[in-house]
Design a protein around this ligand. Structure first.
Ligand code: SF4
Length: 379
């Protein structure tokens, strides 16, 4: 896959300039510049969405990331591994609702091996004409390591069994300093990038994500954006970038830092800007201003990625509408089912009609798309 050309005629924004924007620039100034870039890239005024469902085949996970409220130990009373009939019912319902894709992700279950994943993929492909957007880099590495295969070999096997594209989950912040706290057992940044590069080289398209608003510093955000931009320059395999903010509810990270937050509040101090060097140990969900600023900066920095997704799942419908004027051109997915963010106590629910209305009332033409951003239906 050839590297994509930069999509703007202007010189690309440097890391230093981006850092300065993130730390000091006025929100509306960055937002307007990002909106102009969005208009240049998508002059037709269309905002897309995909009809799909998140199917989390298991919540058993050995990684136990501190920011994640979804995982369970294998013996926990609410630990599960979906049986095939339940999985097929979910896919059938998705297709009946006009769905074209399933997002298939789960924890790192110690009893599953590459044969399980291949058989799962084949059984779905045999029954349903659906794009399987599945297994983020930590899952791919787990399958590879437990089978003694290289990442490329693992991807080749999964591709042959029916895997179509790969979601950008498990990136969080591609800074190992931050990963050490958020997810010490998870793959390092270099391996996340290695999986994505190998997938792109095999002709698979993937998305890239970033979870911010926890303990990272502005420099970590820039390191993340720069790693994605550099890889995209070489492969052109990312279809979209999806920044979303940490949801602290029910997470170990929040419990660990709650004491720090209380102390901070007692002193009358507010963690008013995570985008200034982190000085307080308390964790607060990213504010609307922080979200919009990071979103706009992502649009500006990732000049080689066509699509930036607004995250209504974490930000709610109204802020997602505003995001369409801060660089986003995609509304993500209808998410007929979502379990991971919901486990943190954040549960926005939208129908396809809600999404169409939201996009239209924000001044854009709504359009359903497929995984590869081909338009299916304009509304
Ligand atoms: S984020 Fe993923 S890898 Fe980490 S504990 Fe949750 S399910 Fe497991």
């Amino acid at each position: 896959m050839k590297g994509k050309k930069k999509t703007t005629a202007k010189a690309r924004i440097s890391k230093k300039e981006a850092l300065s924007l993130l730390k000091k620039a006025d929100l509306l100034e960055v937002g307007t510049t990002a909106d102009n870039m969005r208009k240049a890239l998508h002059p037709e005024g269309i905002v897309t969405f995909v009809v799909d469902r998140n199917i989390n085949y298991t919540n058993v996970c050995i990684n136990k990331c501190t920011f994640c409220a979804f995982w369970r130990d294998a013996g926990a009373p609410d630990a599960y591994l979906l049986d095939r009939d339940t999985l097929f019912d979910k896919i059938e319902e998705t297709i009946n609702l006009g769905g074209t894709q399933i997002l298939l992700q789960g924890g790192l279950h110690p009893d599953l091996d590459v044969d399980y994943y291949c058989s799962l993929l084949r059984s779905i492909k045999k029954r349903f004409p659906v794009n399987i957007h599945g297994f983020s880099p930590p899952e791919i590495c787990y399958i590879a390591d437990s089978t003694d295969l290289t990442i490329r070999e693992t991807l080749r096997i999964l591709l042959d069994a029916g895997l179509d594209s790969i979601p950008g989950g498990g990136a969080e912040i591609l800074s190992d300093r931050v990963r050490e706290v958020l997810s010490p057992r998870k793959i390092l940044s270099s391996r996340w990038l290695e999986v994505m590069e190998a997938a792109h080289m095999l002709g698979m398209r993937t998305t890239a994500t970033m979870m911010f608003g926890s303990i990272e510093r502005p420099e970590d955000i820039l390191l993340h954006l720069d790693s994605i931009r550099e890889l995209q320059d070489r492969t052109g395999g990312f279809t979209a970038f999806i920044p979303w903010s940490f949801q602290p509810g029910n997470t170990e990270l929040q419990r660990k830092l709650r004491g720090g937050r209380k102390n901070a509040e007692l002193k009358g101090r507010r963690n008013s800007s995570r985008l200034a060097p982190h000085s307080l140990p308390g964790i607060y969900p990213a504010t609307a201003v922080e979200y919009l600023k990071v979103l706009a900066l992502s649009r500006l920095y990732l000049d080689n990625i066509d699509n930036i997704q607004a995250s209504w799942v974490t930000q709610g419908l109204k802020l997602a509408q505003v995001a369409l004027r801060f660089g986003a051109n995609d509304f993500g997915s209808t998410m007929i089912e979502e379990n991971v963010v919901a486990a943190a106590g954040v549960s926005y629910r939208l129908s396809k009609e809600d999404i169409i209305d939201a996009i239209r009332s924000a001044g854009f033409t709504p359009a359903q798309r497929d995984t590869y951003y081909n338009l299916i239906t304009k509304y």
